[in-house]
Design a protein around this ligand. Sequence first.
Ligand code: SF4
Ligand code: SF4
Length: 460
Amino acid sequence: MSEISKNGEKETKPQYQVSRRGFLKTGAAAAAMSVMGAIAAPSKVANAAIHDLSYTPAKGQWSKLRPVNHYGGATVHFVENNDQWLGTSKIVGPIKKSGEFNSGFGLATRGLLGDKARFGLLSQGERSPLTGGIMQALGMISGDETVMGTPRKDKLPIPDPEQMSQHIKDLAYYLRADDVGIGQMPSYGYYGTKCMPPITVIAAGILPPQTPIAEVPNTEPEYPYVITVAVEQHLETYLASTGYDGISVSQSMRCYHATANIAVIMARYIRNIGYNARAHHFGNYGLAVPPALIASGLGEHTRTGDCVAHPRMGFRNKCAAVTTDLPLVADKPIDFGMLDFCRVCMKCAVECPSKAISPDKEPVEMNGYLRWNSDYKKCAVFRCSNEEGVNCGRCMKVCPWNSKENSWFHEAGLWIGSKGETASTMLKAIDDMFGYGTEIVDKYKWWLEWPELHKINIPS
Ligand code: SF4
Ligand code: SF4
């Protein structure tokens, strides 16, 4: 890596960096695009596409905002929603319901990943002053009395399910979601057990670290629909960050808080018009978010395990959900070639500081479906024990799907990336050539850090 100075701005560039502007000027980009355009989309081994993805509002619909998903330049198809497939991930056996008790953060909170991980996690709000502020605000909307409740007795008149779905999406955009989808919630996506008290209440410092945590059966109702909302993590901030420095945890928590706000307001609104609704967010989950996202057409699995990528944002976003019995029309899961891209791209596996991400070529069976197997314990240990910063989002920073600026070139890049394995190999090569993902763009650094706070104090 070498440092260059340009107009007083410093950028860290890889040794063999090609100038993006020069590349575009020579027309090489255009040539590459036309070559890639000639590469036919492969015949999909996964769930067959059934039609193009362009939402056409029903005649007379009254949507006023932005009811169409913004997928960037990616080529996106709907896929069938059934018990053979979870989006583009093949179901090969029974899927057991999960819970937070034995998740990475669950194990860390309970002290089963060592004292350093435990106290590192429990002191995130002190080690990152900005995160402490966000977590406090998040804690205030995390109680059961906020995320769930009884709907009004007499249901208000509402439009037909299609119009109502449109309205719910408008509401999500009005509340500042970056994307929204509606899915048929698979029963296996609901948690089988819950933690009492919730893990996050302890991790947020609302209860003392020694508070005992019990695992209890989840007896909450399973409503048929799930509304998922995503809020994008700030691109320029990631471009200026290593992914595991002092801003890392705040990047996540800001979006957890933003999506929690949307979900809580939306669930209360639905209850206020007479239907059941439960908000699920970082401070209080009753479901696993990845299957809800896939069911509602907001993404596909990636090499990073249960993490789901969006066609435009990749997994540089955070999500929350609302489950409900409000009559809605579910969207379908989508296919934009993420699995093909991950097959040839190992960037997250190479760059992960804890080597938690699988370098395997193909997905393997995990709890009844095929996906790459990331080592969630290794990841949790690194994230909770990291003293170079607080937490980690290195995989998010380096993923070619996540690290794009908004320009025609990057939209074209996403289009190429969604055209199958051969095209993905070319895009990955271009991405590496430009040094995307791994570069540090100092001119975007705006935040303050106090490295002396990053050290983890273990009480005697
Ligand atoms: S968050 Fe960090 S440690 Fe965890 S998988 Fe991503 S890069 Fe690896
Ligand atoms: S870095 Fe590459 S392999 Fe990892 S999730 Fe992103 S596209 Fe997939």
